[in-house]
Design a protein around this ligand. Sequence first.
Ligand SMILES: [Zn+2]
Length: 482
Amino acid sequence: MKRYDKYDEFNKWYEDVLQYAKIVDKRYPMKGSYVIMPYGFSALKKMKNIMSKLLDSYGHEEAYFPLLVPEKIFKKEKDFLKGFGGETLRATKTFLQELDEELIIRPTSETAMYPMYSLWIRSWRDLPLKIYQTVNVFRWETKMTKELLRVRELVAFNESHTAHASAEEAEKQIKEAIEIYKKFFDEIRIPYDIFKTPKWETFAGAQYNYDFFTTMPDGKAIELASVINLGQKFAKAFNIKFMDKDEKKKYVYQTCYGISERELGVAISLHGDNKGLRMISNLAPIHIVIVPIKKNNENDKKIMIYCEKIKNMFEGTKCGKYKAEIKVKIDNREIRPGEKYNDWEKKGVPIRLEIGEKEVKSKTLVLARRDKLTKEKIKEKNIKESVKKIIKEIDKTIYREAKEWHKKMITKHKTLKDALKRLRNYGGIVGVKWCGDENCGKKIADKLLGSAIGYKENEKVEGKCIICGKEAKHWMYFGRTY
Ligand SMILES: [Zn+2]
């Protein structure tokens, strides 16, 4: 079997593990749309659950809004139309007739939700309104597409849309959203940095936004999530007004924030090693695989009975903050144990138990852990506690390695030449001093052949802008992005 180096040949590595581990099948006969297979979907479902639970615990409610938006409604907010128009699909006819009204397939759901918000919100008592949905959205990407990371049909787009009585409350909501996303990325063990997006890269129709970013193994930066303050633009376009306590009618202030299956692609990329996937416990479809070592003799039956016994010991056992059940699978296929080991290592199952005649007799099992690829002996009577402890350790190792990589990939530079050299040789996210002026920002991006990612609001800077020589306001970060 071919093996690729995750860092040197990331694209090949990624395609290979997704295919081998049956996460995604890319053979669907349409560019940019992929089939998510059961093993991948199981991990995705776990990720979606973590996000839903977090949003619920912060007072959001889940709902569903339609896939199609009438064209005249889609066009209501001009900046939004300009930003998304180019990648939005329009439905105009069936096989038999032209439609009376052109329909738009949502690229994101502002225009599907806000006409309803204008009906639902009447008084200050209706605020805040905090609603989310997890749906598919469609964007006609013209750039290269890539499984989970850049797709035309996002299938697990989790978008929250809130409305508030005042600008201050909307600001507070932005802080809350950042807190929710921080927790989410901690749960799925993805290290990140939060940047305020410069004006010229801000979400279409928004006042400002914050982006979570990390660096992929190929050195390219990737946006993980956006938290967006919409101000009152959409409220005005969609006439979302409420009667305030002072008996005056006012427009609401809105925020929105979203994530998608991209997060699964990033987790797979950051957590894996040259052998394949390494699933953290919060995402793993299977936590323990038991491999019976049979010898084709009368003891085989005993081995199988013992394997079942061990599996049953884990029934109802949970792990982690979200109390995910520890899933155990016995691999009873008629192939060599070595092949099975290889298979499950590539699929990233955290723990493998090997059980043969000797283990049945001694009630001591061989446990192989996926993070370090080491084996140890575990007594049957300690098995549950040992497994729980080792699962935690595996999560820790994987997270620590990802964090080390992330830290290494954010660098600051005194000169453009230096920053450019860094991006060329290593990639990542590079910071340079910047005066805050849009022209200087765009110039730096051009010279680095990358895009402006943003700045960290509280980061101190001293010195001059590397373009115009004026007093620097921020360390501004750039990278080549997905
Ligand atoms: Zn400048």
